[in-house]
Write a protein that binds this ligand. Structure first.
Ligand SMILES: Nc1ncnc2[nH]cnc12
Ligand SMILES: [Zn+2]
Length: 340
């Protein structure tokens, strides 16, 4: 692993906390909670991580998270992720969770948000690792279910920064959630949505125009629509791209055909993220490394992506200025000359 990547100060903007459940922890929590899994052991579970598309992954992902029952379970999962992130020089992280995947199993929202939030707060105090929490609606469920979830989250409003939209993209367009997003906007939530992962470029247009999101999660399908690319570049709409996820879910067949550099050189604010690192073969460093080794990205290009993440994050302007200076200074010390 390159020292440049290891030591680069990083910001993560697209991370599903339930996607950080490593097989060892799935089994440890299953034992703790007296749950019998469909898989005999960790090896059998890992063998199921051979995905052919998004849906085949989601089927395993929703099964894995059934071991999460208590506030302590959510704390332990989140803390394990934060320890890894801290070790990889992640300075700030913006985390998704899927409330409906837990409340539909009878787990109280207070246990979910309480456990995640306690770990985030401990990381802030212990390491100065800052964070934001994003509540993500499952788009394969109904508008009514999303509205109920928004309503149930009211007591936790101060712990949540934004809302997102994830799960099965095809057949569940942004238009299904226009009213929910309008209501969340009224309540002051910041807005993001997964779009253009497996779905068409039109879903990216719709997420921007109908849902009024400020960031697009994935968005790699934009490469197929020249006008959309021009718009994303002109409006500096950030894309939270997840290279290893795209490879594992066969959005691209080889890392060599990943559109990341095309998008970067067209002037888009592309960022590097890990999505569901326990399932896709790596955390932040591994994603930067995949771009370096599989696509030939230079240290200068990787540095620009890291700076883009600072630009796209939800820290205050003052905090962003501090982080930007740190990342730029890191690049300069490595001999990289930035254009501006
Ligand atoms: N990559 C992904 N796309 C859509 N929904 C998800 N939920 C967790 N990971 C996801
Ligand atoms: Zn995602």
């Amino acid at each position: 692993m390159s020292t440049f990547i290891n030591e680069l100060p990083k910001v993560e903007l697209h991370l599903h906390i339930e996607g950080t459940l490593e097989p060892e922890m799935v089994f440890a929590l299953a034992r703790r909670n007296g749950i019998t899994l469909d898989y005999a052991d960790e090896g059998a579970l890992k063998a199921a991580y051979d995905f052919k598309d998004l849906q085949s992954f989601l089927d395993v992902y929703y099964q894995g998270m059934q071991v999460l029952l208590t506030e302590q379970d959510f704390f332990d999962m989140t803390w394990a992720y934060l320890e890894r992130a801290h070790a990889e020089r992640v300075r700030h992280t913006e985390i998704f969770f899927d409330p409906q995947a837990h409340t539909d199993r009878g787990v109280p929202l207070a246990a979910v948000i309480g456990g995640i939030h306690r770990a985030l707060e401990q990381a802030r105090q212990q390491w100065g690792l800052s964070s934001r929490l994003i509540m993500s609606f499952l788009r394969h469920l109904s508008e009514e279910s999303a509205f109920e979830t928004l309503h149930h989250a009211e007591p936790f409003r101060h712990q949540l920064s934004g809302i997102g939209l994830d799960s099965s993209e095809k057949g569940n367009p942004p238009s299904k959630f226009v009213r929910v997003y309008a209501a969340a906007r009224e309540q002051g939530f910041r807005l993001v949505a997964h779009a253009g992962e497996e779905g068409p470029p039109q879903y990216i247009h719709d997420a921007l125009d109908l849902l009024k999101v400020e960031r697009i999660d994935h968005g790699v399908a934009a490469v197929h629509d020249r006008h959309l690319m021009e718009r994303l570049a002109r409006e500096r709409i950030p894309l939270t791209v997840c290279p290893l996820s795209n490879l594992k879910l066969r959005v691209v067949e080889h890392m060599g055909e990943h559109p990341m550099l095309k998008l970067l050189h067209a002037g888009l604010c592309v960022t590097v993220n890990s999505d569901d690192p326990a399932y896709f073969g790596g955390y932040m460093n591994a994603n930067y490394q995949a771009l370096q080794q599989g696509l030939g990205a230079t240290d200068g290009e990787l540095l620009q992506m890291a700076l883009n993440s600072v630009e796209a994050c939800w820290l205050s302007p003052e905090e962003k200025a501090v982080l930007t200076r740190e990342v730029r200074a890191y690049g300069e010390a490595a001999g990289i000359k930035l254009k501006h």
